[in-house]
Every structure is written in C-alpha cells, then in structure tokens.
Design a binder for this molecule. Sequence first.
Ligand code: AMP
Length: 214
Amino acid sequence: MKILLLGPPGAGRSTQAQRLSEKLNYLPISTGDMIRAQMIAGTELGRRIESYYGRGELVPDEAILELVLPNLEPSGRWVLDGFPRTEAQARALDAALERRGIGLSRAILLEAPDEDVISRVVGRRYSLTTGRVYHVEQDPPPDFKARQDEGPFMQREDDTEDAIRRQLEIYHREASILTGYYEGKGILATVDARKTIPEVTESILEALQTPRKS
Ligand code: AMP
C-alpha cells in the first residue's frame, strides 16, 4: 500500500500518518518534517528554503522532489504527508513511481473548514523533548510537575495566523486540481477531519478497505 494524505494545514495529516504507522506499520514520510530537519541542520538546501517556509509559502518543487523522491521504497508501505501539493509534484511523483514499477493505492483527503484549522494551528505546540504535538485548549501540554513530557513546549515558526492564512490561500488554489487529478485515477477518498482523532483514523481505515473506482 502506498498512500497519500491530502488536506489543509491543521487537518491532522501528521497525526493520522503517525497513527497509521503505529497501527499498520506504514512509514510516514512528511515533507514538512524533512524541510524542518534541513533547516535545523543548516544544510545548503535548508538555507535555500527557509524564507519560503517561514512565510507559509510553498517551497519550490525541485527542492521538494530532491528531498522526497529518493525515500520512496518500491517494496515498502508508506504514507506521504504533505506531498504532493502542486500538480507538477503529483506528475513528478507518478513518473518516479512508474519508473520503479509501482502505483499509488489511495489518496485520502482530510477535509475541514478554514476556521477550524486556523484555531487548531494557532493553538498548536510541540515538545522539544518528545516531538509530541499538543493544543493549548483541546490537548494542553502536561503540567511540568507531571513529568510525562518535560517540554519545553514550542510553537512552530509557521504556526502564526498570518502564515496559516497564506498557506490556506495557496492550499485552496491547488487543492481542487490535485483532488481532481486523483479522482480521475479512481483513488480519491474523502474523510471528515472535524471528527475526533480515533474516528478519523477509523474512516481512513475504512477507505483503505473500499475497492478503488476504476
Ligand atoms: P506541513 O508540515 O506539511 O504543514 O508543511 C509546512 C510547510 O513546509 C509548508 O507551508 C511549506 O512551506 C513547506 N512544504 C511542506 N511540504 C511541501 C510541499 N510538498 N511542497 C512545497 N512546500 C512544502
């Protein structure tokens, strides 16, 4: 199984990719995480892309393709989170998979209204110790004394309201083209991402069981 998770920032792509990895042993491949790792390591690529990232803009396609394509093991089970985000990326992905003799099993679209994802993203915090993601209201970071996770709890540089609004603008510009692309291939399934985390996982698992349209 080779799966894509599509959807706006804050729809829960990374959380669901993580859960698919725990439940079904999928390798989660997140282009956002790859970009953050490059920036933290201060690589030449990281320096080239950081100004796009901080503003909520898309990083140029060539840089993303350079990061992601070498990681797509033909025999593996993987779930792509946050890629493709443009039609050019989708076509480059198809061409790379075709060269390796493999195809995509499903593209899952996590759908949620803008106002919901804005409040999710602006309240998002992550632990520098464990990497776990929290929300200041819905799932607050634990009390320091509880010691389950000592933090410190940080906000991602692009989790500001300005950056998220810019990301949503870009998302809406590209999303219908991408969903149309995968619908045309008969592999698109849409899931309501407003539900609870376990309910969304259930809906994804159901979608994976449903035969693809031909
Ligand atoms: P994410 O962690 O998926 O929300 O991505 C955070 C940011 O990383 C985005 O706003 C973009 O700047 C960049 N990014 C992640 N994936 C891609 C992609 N496939 N194409 C272009 N930029 C990306």
